[in-house]
Design a binder for this molecule. Structure first.
Ligand SMILES: [Zn+2]
Length: 144
């Protein structure tokens, strides 16, 4: 499967460190410097305590499928040779431990259609995509 035709993610001030870590095959979440609440996607202010203090910390990269969609139509020309493909919404385990949602989207790979269900345990995998600019995708696969 060629991923060259995929659109590239856009980085901004808040997400640039996250994308840099992804290129090094690390999944990060922000952690509030005052109340300790993890959060994703990157943002400047804590939803719980309004603190502007935060750090990045490495995530275990495990979660469970919350929802999904199977795309049978290529909405972009670069995806034409990939249909059908499955995009999952994953709730990170670390979010659930803090009674909060840390939600990630990504392709589901290395799976059988029969095992796809809500609550399926998954883990993050990283796929390097060559081209200009080179990038890395966060994808998900069932935990074995
Ligand atoms: Zn906080």
């Amino acid at each position: 499967m060629s991923l060259d035709g995929r659109p590239r993610p856009g980085e901004d001030r808040d997400s640039a460190p996250w994308w840099k870590a992804v290129r090094e095959h690390e999944l990060l979440v922000q952690e509030c410097g005052d109340c300790g609440r993890p959060r994703f996607p990157a943002r400047a202010v804590c939803n719980r305590c309004r603190s502007l203090a935060w750090t990045w910390r490495r995530s275990r990269g495990t979660g469970r499928v919350y929802s999904w969609v199977v795309n049978h139509r290529a909405f972009l020309p670069g995806l034409a040779d990939e249909v059908p493909y499955t995009v999952v919404l994953v709730r990170l385990d670390e979010g659930a431990e803090h009674d909060d949602d840390l939600l990630f989207y990504g392709d589901l790979v290395d799976f059988d259609a029969a095992e796809l269900r809500e609550g399926l345990p998954v883990e993050a995998v990283f796929t390097d995509v060559p081209g200009e600019p080179a990038t890395t995708l966060v994808r998900w696969r069932p935990r074995r």
